[in-house]
Design a protein around this ligand. Structure first.
Ligand code: SAM
Ligand code: DTB
Ligand code: SF4
Length: 329
């Protein structure tokens, strides 16, 4: 297996040219890159738990949990650590490899850090990889989470820098990039991707991926979400259906620009056909969320995912699918 040279100097013109290739050529190129870095039959599984739901002060126009939109999602307090650990045990028994804990915050309060660190170390002791997504972090907060053995931090750029001001005003792309720098420099693995279907155009999707692929280091995980429709949000008024082949092209471009990253087909799978998911796997997606719910919206039932992988002759990766080059490090 080879090393495709990792590049962090991709240009928009190069990315546009790859994205515009005839679909069979694009898929062939993406498969070739995928096979030179990963077992093409193995899919990583992550489970998601909302440890603090709703009432978020941010105004992200796509989100059910923003206090700015009347979406019917009830605000809760931070869950007790024991309840989080019980959910993690269930996720492990159901076959998840990574446990991702999400909070509807702009950033965590320092008074919550002890509980968050207990959650991380407890989940880690169960033998699961740990991921959190809590909003913006300071370098000191990153250091505390790292000491508790947090593996990944999820913080999405969500869309292109050009379209970002249309979807959120209480935070900027610059804020997101600053937290990503703290996370990267603090030694946590970065999970960072975005959402399709919020009314962005093709160039926005390409620009989002070029932004990720020209960070100082590629995110180790790249979630590609299809917007899960939430009524009464600003995005509901501007959302456009995504051509299934546009999703496949986005996944393939992510795979080619970031050859060693795990690409997760994230929100929106409940509305994807089996055939579309299979095409996304062929294009280089190699991770999914498992479990009936994401944070506040639905995800396919476990039996459906097991049935799909079995029919495709694919399987859940026995361990998180390390890129061959990373495994050697
Ligand atoms: N509050 C933290 C933050 O914004 O980083 C963490 C939780 S937030 C819900 C995590 C990510 O979920 C967002 O950045 C966005 O990419 C994704 N997301 C939120 N609502 C979504 C939806 N309706 N459909 C698809 N993805 C969504
Ligand atoms: C990511 O990119 N997708 C997940 C995870 N990171 C935190 C969140 C999806 C949320 C979908 C909408 C909801 O369930 O509220
Ligand atoms: Fe809050 Fe995160 Fe939702 Fe934005 S995406 S409103 S920060 S929970």
């Amino acid at each position: 297996m080879s090393g495709t040279r990792l590049r962090t100097d991709w240009t928009m013109d190069e990315a546009r040219a790859i994205h515009a290739r005839p679909l069979p050529d694009l898929l062939y190129a993406a498969q070739s890159v995928h096979r030179s870095h990963f077992d093409p039959l193995a899919i990583e599984t992550a489970s998601l738990l909302s440890i603090k739901t709703g009432g978020c002060p941010e105004d992200c126009g796509y989100c059910s949990q923003s206090a700015h939109h009347d979406t019917g999602v009830k605000a809760t307090k931070l869950m007790d650590t024991e309840d989080v650990l019980a959910a993690a045990r269930r996720a492990k028994a159901a076959g998840a490899q990574r446990f991702c804990m999400g909070a509807a915050w702009r950033s965590p309060k320092d008074r919550d850090m002890d509980a968050l660190c207990d959650m991380v170390s407890g989940v880690r002791e169960l033998g699961l990889e740990t991921c959190m997504t809590l909003g913006m972090l300071s370098p000191a907060q990153v250091a505390r989470l790292k000491t508790s053995r947090l593996d990944f931090y999820n913080h999405n750029i969500d869309t292109s820098p050009e379209y970002y001001p249309e979807i959120a005003t209480t935070r900027s792309m610059g804020d997101r990039l600053e937290t990503l720098a703290h996370v990267r420099e603090g030694g946590l693995k970065v999970c960072c991707g975005g959402i399709l279907g919020m009314g962005e155009d093709e160039d926005d999707r390409i620009s989002m991926l070029v932004t990720l692929a020209t960070l100082p280091a590629h995110p180790q995980s790249v979630p590609i979400n299809l917007w899960n429709e939430i009524d009464n949000t600003p995005v509901a008024a501007r959302a456009q259906p995504v051509d299934p082949f546009a999703l496949v092209r986005t996944v393939a471009l992510a795979r080619i620009l970031m050859p060693q990253s795990v690409v997760r087909l994230s929100a929106g799978r409940s509305r994807m056909s089996d055939e579309l998911q299979a095409l996304c796997f062929l294009a280089g997606a190699n991770s999914i969320f498992v479990g009936d719910v994401l944070l506040t919206t639905e995800n396919p039932a476990a039996w459906k995912d097991a049935d799909l992988l079995q029919r495709l002759g694919m399987h859940i990766a026995p361990a998180a699918p390390r890129c061959v080059a990373q495994a050697a490090e």
